[in-house]
Design a binder for this molecule. Structure first.
Ligand code: GRF
Length: 199
């Protein structure tokens, strides 16, 4: 059985959606460890409540390379096959990315390459796009930049606020993240430059 490592910084709703799929037997994987750079993250409590291994790993006083080495060590300790960033608010170093080649996923609340970075839903509203959504992609050392596995479109309504739009995007995030994990674990894809082709 493939082993997932979840990295998060906050609320942890994407983690919960993945854990629900695992618990329901709809994802043939096990969650080996949940790690947070924020010890107070709600996601860590949720992991503990589910009886999972929850590891607070603060970056205080460490530079990026040193912190990422600790992260890699922790993930290797739990024999993680696939790393899933689920609201993990840190950029990963090239060395981290090399430790898990094409085995790191991220979810972002926009249709990349539009609106990378923070507050993607607000960026979409401010720009006035009519359609936004979410993206699951492979992680490289750049921000929200690697090859795209899956996307889901979400129409923007005239009366949307950041909250209402974020909620509709989040429902799609919860759906496509597990779907993308399933694709990665099944190996039924090939990567052709930036294009991830599903078989
Ligand atoms: C999600 O919107 C995700 O796309 C972004 O951060 C948020 C995390 O939410 N990367 P949660 O912690 O999974 O609830």
């Amino acid at each position: 059985m493939k082993r997932l490592g979840i990295l998060l910084s906050g609320r942890g709703s994407n983690f919960e959606a993945i854990a629900d799929q695992v618990a329901a037997g709809r994802l043939d994987a096990t969650i080996a460890v949940v790690i947070s750079n924020r010890p107070e993250a709600r996601g860590l409590d949720l992991a503990r409540e589910r009886g999972l291994i929850a590891v607070p790993l603060s970056a205080k006083g460490l530079d990026r390379e040193a912190y990422d080495r600790l992260l890699v060590e922790e993930l290797h300790k739990h024999a993680v096959d696939l790393v899933c960033l689920a609201g993990f608010m840190r950029l990963l170093s090239a060395n981290f990315v090399r430790a898990f080649p094409q085995r790191i996923l991220n979810i972002h609340p926009s249709l990349l390459p539009s609106f990378p970075g923070l507050d993607a839903q607000q960026q979409a509203l401010e720009h006035g796009v009519k359609i936004t959504g979410c993206t699951v992609h492979l992680v490289d050392e750049y921000l929200d930049a690697g090859p795209i596995i899956l996307q889901a479109a979400v129409p923007v309504e005239d009366d949307d606020t950041v909250e209402s739009l974020s909620a509709r995007i989040l429902a799609q995030e919860h759906r496509i993240y597990s779907e993308a994990i399933r694709i990665m674990l099944s190996g039924s894809f090939r990567i052709d430059g930036r294009r991830v082709k599903l078989r």
